[in-house]
Design a protein around this ligand. Sequence first.
Ligand code: DCC
Length: 153
Amino acid sequence: MYAFQDHYPENLSHCYGCGSQNPHGHQIKTEWEGDETVTRFRPEPFHTSVPGFAYGGLIASLIDCHSTASAAAAMYRQEGRSMDSLPAFRFVTGSLHVDFLKPTPIDAELVIRGQVKEIKGRKVVIESQVWARTVMTAKGVVVAVQMPENFGT
Ligand SMILES: CCCCCCCCCCCC(=O)SCCNC(=O)CCNC(=O)[C@H](O)C(C)(C)COP(=O)(O)OP(=O)(O)OC[C@H]1O[C@@H](n2cnc3c(N)ncnc32)[C@H](O)[C@@H]1OP(=O)(O)O
């Protein structure tokens, strides 16, 4: 699998949620399945909240980084361009809303499915759902915004 995150340059691959260069992070991998974006992640015992269930912050961070990657992929797809082509689209989180619908079991593979709801200017809105086996345990909406040149200054 060659994931969206595999196109990130090394200097932008340190994110706790999605950076391949962060040994302490989730290192999520996201790809297209038709018009949906999909991330699969297996929680570890140290991601526990209530025993037997996953910590909500983990769920939120999975939705977050799944969505920023999906936003970039959606922009490239809209322009009919490869994710390695220039100019690059880099997205950060403007807002993150999560609804926790059911407890998320710690012992199941989580599947995050995203849909592109809006692309407008520098903004992409992604809706996502987190599935554990056959149960949707959380859903989220992310407003991803193209990272400004002067980000952090
Ligand atoms: C491939 C390499 C990967 C590279 C990236 C690898 C790292 C992945 C990151 C993973 C996710 C993260 O954790 S990122 C880290 C957490 N996030 C951050 O630190 C971001 C901090 N915030 C900021 O820097 C800024 O507020 C921005 C960039 C988000 C927005 O500022 P701006 O650039 O001045 O945006 P602005 O022109 O005002 O607005 C542009 C459009 O976005 C909308 N917008 C802006 N902020 C919001 C908001 N909070 N909620 C809703 N909508 C918003 C505006 O209404 C507008 O829509 P309209 O009027 O046009 O309709």
